[in-house]
Write a protein that binds this ligand. Structure first.
Ligand code: ZN
Length: 315
């Protein structure tokens, strides 16, 4: 039950963060029930069980948290605030949109990156370390601040970019390109990407708070369905325009960050203008409704041997 207490603390922090900053309750935004299952067991493609993972299941609308590699070491449980915030964001993407962002290909990587970012955001009262699950005793799952040092891509279609069919098209790998983009927007940075393009991104005035606002605007109002990296770039620029105005410093920094990670290198004709009007059709505001207005949550243990329903993704 020890894991239940720490999971309860984490989901409480996560739900408070979204309520306080965005007035968003539950997955759908209207205070629906959130169930969190502890000690979850997942199964890989070879039907081998594993416990070092976490997931949001869009069919059951439940969150499942694994206990890590060791049953007895509570410090490796997959219930850190950023991991719980990550899975909670999958729930928001799924339940607060009529045409939810996919979980495969580039759209899936966009989905994962948004969850990575809002996993950090959920840790309002704690350390924002730009890593996923670094508080676990076995270390971080992804490093947004320097993905390449850990064998993950920091450039669109660059080194370490996964182009195979595993993991729904490498969604848990290619997401670090956007993770790094968001990191640059919040913290700034300079270098040369894998396409040989040099960059020098200055941080947004209010750092991570501005990127959270821009990303929330883009995620809730524009990014849907099978949107790819280039569309996501355009949506972020439109979101920055909404919040700060065309030609604002925030719009320019957003554009520079997406250019830094190589997204502007391809199909420049498809790119939104920075200071003009982006005329491509963007989805209207899509927010689902909930039949319930019950801000309840429950923490429930499940059998170690319980076979979970089909999970869309792990972590
Ligand atoms: Zn995920």
């Amino acid at each position: 039950m020890q894991m239940g207490f720490s999971s309860l603390y984490a989901i409480d922090q996560v739900m408070d963060a979204f309520k306080i900053s965005f007035d968003h309750e539950g997955f759908s935004g209207t205070g629906d029930v959130v169930d969190v299952y502890n000690e979850a067991v997942f199964y890989d493609e070879n039907e081998e069980p594993f416990t070092n993972g976490a997931s949001f299941n869009s069919f059951s609308d439940n969150m499942y948290l694994g206990r890590g590699i060791s049953y007895f070491n509570s410090l490796d449980d997959y219930n850190t605030i950023d991991i719980v915030g990550h899975e909670f964001t999958h729930g928001i993407i799924n339940d607060a949109h009529f045409d939810a962002l996919d979980l495969e290909g580039e759209a899936g990587a966009v989905n994962e990156a948004l969850c990575d970012l809002f996993g950090e955001f959920a840790n309002l009262s704690g350390l924002v370390d730009w890593k996923l699950g670094a508080e676990k005793s076995d270390g971080a799952i992804r490093h947004y601040d320097n993905p390449k040092a850990y064998g993950f891509p920091d450039t669109y279609l660059g080194d370490y970019w996964y182009s195979g069919s595993g993991d729904n098209g490498g969604i848990h790998t290619n997401c670090t390109v956007l993770d790094y983009c968001f990191y640059l927007m919040a913290n700034g940075g300079s270098g040369t990407n894998d396409h040989g393009e040099t960059y020098n991104v200055t941080p947004l005035d209010n750092g991570m708070w501005d990127i959270y606002d821009i990303a929330w605007q883009a995620m809730m109002h524009y990014i849907d369905g099978d949107d790819d990296f280039i569309t996501t770039r355009n949506c972020f620029i439109q979101a920055a325009k909404d919040l700060y105005g065309s030609c604002s410093e925030e719009v320019i920094i957003t554009s520079e960050a997406f250019k830094a990670v190589g997204i502007s290198h391809y199909s420049p004709q498809a790119l939104a203008t920075i200071c003009g009007t982006y005329s491509s059709s963007l989805p209207n505001v899509l927010k689902a409704f909930s039949l319930f207005r019950m801000p309840w949550l429950s923490i429930q243990p499940i059998s170690e041997h319980a076979l979970l329903p089909l999970t869309q993704e792990q972590t």
